[in-house]
Design a protein around this ligand. Sequence first.
Ligand code: AMP
Ligand code: MG
Length: 329
Amino acid sequence: MKRIFLGIAVFAVLFSVGLFLSPKEDTHIRAVKRSQIALGTVIEIQVRHPDREKADEAISQAFAEIRRVEAQFTRQDSQSPIGRINRSETTSFSISPEIYDLMKQSEAFWRRTSGAFDASLGAVIDLWGFSRGQGAVPAASQLVKALKHSGWHHVRLEEGYLVRRTAAVQFDFGAIAKGYAVDRAVAVLNRYGMADALVNAGGEIRSTGGTWLIGIAHPRKKGEMLRRLNLQNMAVATSGDYEQYFEKNGKRYHHILDPRTGWPAEGCQSVTVLAADDTTADALATGLFVLGAEKAMRLVQGTPGVHALVVDRNGGIHISPGFKAYLTD
Ligand code: AMP
Ligand code: MG
């Protein structure tokens, strides 16, 4: 039963996030392409390399790395490192350098986005039920309670790979772990000599080598592309209110939450971020979505190497100057 449900969920992700990919036509080597389900989505890896066997081996290792990252950061599994912290009543934990590092990065993104990206929102996220496929509007009193146990100001990272929390904070790395897993997978492909590759984790993408053509999904027209861009040695991530949502009394409730209120953020329909690495692109796509179009564009303009395309709540499109260079049309 669980399997069937996952199948449906993945189908929905594929066709709603729907970034459309194709290798450029002028390449003479056909891409080896494989996909697997991990991190709650479809992971697709493509490699252009003359030796099919070597490419296959590298792709297998990259998938293994993605599964390793998933096992570290998932909170669906109560035995995973993050699952254990979330379940525990202790306030201080010794964590691995890898988890410490992603927490450090999460803290930096929390600061950079004035708290809009917040990887300590688990208690609030649980109330909305999106990950269980049972979205429902929580009672206001429950939200108030959950908000008391949310917010990175409750978290302290200390020397010696220690994390402390002052409330029963529930960590949730759903807005950054896919991007991080993509970066790790690209590192593995590189190590195996695959210098022309693309990894796509449900819309969080990074490419190396030659040019790859990427389509940005239209947030309101299913199956249609809003814009296309040429990606070369870059990462791109999209956060949208059309990925996981339900409607009640004509109103859309989606999975990207405003940490100040605990309610779905209302400023945007979708945000696409270009950056050198996918950890950054993923975290900022979520954070900028929460900030809304105006603040998002201001933040991007002050951040070298980061570009964005924002579709605001009315469908208006805002494109940062740096982003334009990557558009094909
Ligand atoms: P993304 O699709 O990358 O925008 O990530 C969305 C996921 O991140 C949600 O399903 C939640 O698990 C989590 N999330 C929701 N709101 C936030 C937020 N404001 N900051 C950080 N993570 C969030
Ligand atoms: Mg994200």
